[in-house]
Design a protein around this ligand. Structure first.
Ligand code: CP
Ligand code: NVA
Length: 336
C-alpha cells in the first residue's frame, strides 16, 4: 500500500526518528541523494497562500534531482470543482508524489485514497505535519535528543499547529503541553490519540489554561499566529486585531513567559509571526529564538520525507513507473 503523510501519527516513532536523522544528513550534503533524478515531477498544489512551504518544496524537489510542478488551485480545474479523485488519477500518472495545501483534512484524505503515489499534507486546518517534522529536526539540532524533553505550545490550542505538536511530540516521546484559553481547546480526539501515543513512546500530554503550568521548566517554547488561514472573519480580524487580542490575552510568548521556561529554552514559531501579538519582538528576535533555523529545516525535513516516501513506493511497486525517470533503488543506497 502506498504510504502517505497526512498527519503526524502517520509515522511510527522509529520512522520519525529515521527521517529526522535523514534530514540532518541531507542538510550536510544537499545534492547527495538524487532520488527524483530524471527529473521526476512532484505536484505541489496550493489552495492558500504560502512562502515557506512553496519555497522549501520547490528547492527540495530540485535538490533531489526532480521537477517541482507548482499549481495554484485557483488556476486549475481542481479550483473549479473537478473531483479530487479525478485530479489524483491524472497527477499520479505523471508525478511521483503530490503535496497539497488545502483547508479540509478530508480533501487530502480523498486525494490519498485515489492516488497511487504518495500524498503529503502541506497544511490543512487540522494539521501541519511537515512543519512539525522540521521543528523536531530543529530541536534535535539544538538539544541533541528528543525523548524526555518538554515542549510548551502557547496560543491557539484548536489550530493545526497545536494538533500537530500534540501528535508529533507524542510520537517522538516529548512531553507536550498546550497552554490555551478554554475557548480554544484542541480537538478531543486528537488529545486522546496523543495521550495513547505518549504512553507508548515515553512522553506525556497536558492541556491547560494555566500558562505557568504549561511553561514551567520547558525546554522548547512554541507559538503560532492567533488567527489561522480560513478563520479570518474579515480583513480586520487578523492576529493583531482586538478580537484575537482579547481572546488570547495573557497567552503571548513574551519575556515574562520566557522567564517561566528553562534558562536554555529555545523558541519556535512556524511563521509568519505577528510581533506584539502571539510573540514579543524581543523574544522573536532574541538569542533564544531559532525560528529561522526552523524555517530552513522545512527544506531538509521535506527532502527526507519525500525521498523516503518515493523509495517506499518504489519498493512496494505501487507507483506508476512509466514516466518516472531512472534507478530510484540504485540512488537510494546508503539510507536506512
Ligand atoms: N510555516 C509555513 O507553513 O509557512 P507558509 O505559510 O509561508 O508556507
Ligand atoms: N496556523 C497557521 C499556520 C501558518 C503556517 C495557519 O493555518 O494559518
Amino acid at each position: 500500500m502506498t504510504r502517505h503523510f497526512l498527519r503526524d501519527d502517520d509515522l511510527s516513532h522509529d520512522e520519525q526518528a529515521a527521517l529526522i536523522d535523514r534530514a540532518i544528513t541531507l542538510k550536510a550534503n544537499p545534492f547527495g541523494h538524487q532520488v527524483l533524478a530524471g527529473p521526476q515531477a512532484v505536484a505541489v498544489i496550493f489552495d492558500m497562500p504560502s512562502t515557506r512551504t512553496r519555497v522549501s518544496f520547490s528547492v527540495g524537489i530540485a535538490q533531489l534531482g526532480g521537477y517541482p510542478l507548482l499549481i495554484d488551485s485557483g488556476s486549475s480545474q481542481l479550483g473549479r470543482g473537478e473531483p479530487i479523485a479525478d485530479t489524483a488519477r491524472v497527477l499520479d500518472r505523471q508525478c511521483s508524489a503530490i503535496v497539497w495545501r488545502t483547508l479540509a483534512q478530508s480533501n487530502v484524505e480523498e486525494m490519498a485514497a485515489a492516488s497511487s503515489v504518495p500524498v503529503v499534507n502541506g497544511l490543512t486546518e487540522d494539521f501541519h505535519p511537515c512543519q512539525i517534522l522540521a521543528d523536531l529536526v530543529t530541536v534535535k539540532e539544538h538539544k541533541g535528543e528528543l525523548s524526555g524533553l518538554t515542549l510548551a505550545y502557547v496560543g491557539d490550542g484548536a489550530n493545526n499547529m497545536a494538533h500537530s505538536y500534540l501528535l508529533g511530540c507524542a510520537v517522538a516521546g516529548i512531553h507536550v503541553r498546550i497552554g490555551t484559553p478554554a475557548s480554544r481547546l484542541p480537538d478531543a480526539d486528537v488529545v486522546s490519540r496523543a495521550e495513547k501515543l505518549a504512553v507508548r513512546n515515553g512522553g506525556s500530554v497536558l492541556v491547560t489554561q494555566d500558562l505557568a503550568a504549561a511553561l514551567a521548566g520547558a525546554d522548547v517554547v512554541a507559538t503560532d499566529s492567533w488567527v489561522s488561514m480560513g478563520q479570518e472573519v474579515n480583513k480586520a480580524t487578523d492576529s493583531s486585531s482586538s478580537g484575537a487580542a482579547s481572546r488570547f490575552a495573557g497567552y503571548s510568548v513574551d519575556d515574562s513567559a520566557m522567564a517561566m521556561a528553562a534558562d536554555d529554552a529555545i523558541v519556535l514559531h512556524c511563521l509568519p509571526a505577528y510581533r506584539g501579538a502571539e510573540i514579543a519582538a524581543s523574544v522573536m528576535d532574541g538569542p533564544q529564538s531559532v525560528v529561522f533555523d526552523e524555517a530552513e529545516n522545512r527544506l531538509h525535513a521535506q527532502k527526507a520525507l519525500l525521498s523516503w516516501l518515493v523509495e517506499q513506493a518504489a519498493t512496494k511497486g505501487s507507483s506508476t513507473a512509466a514516466t518516472k525517470g531512472s534507478s530510484t533503488a540504485a540512488s537510494t543506497a546508503g539510507f536506512k
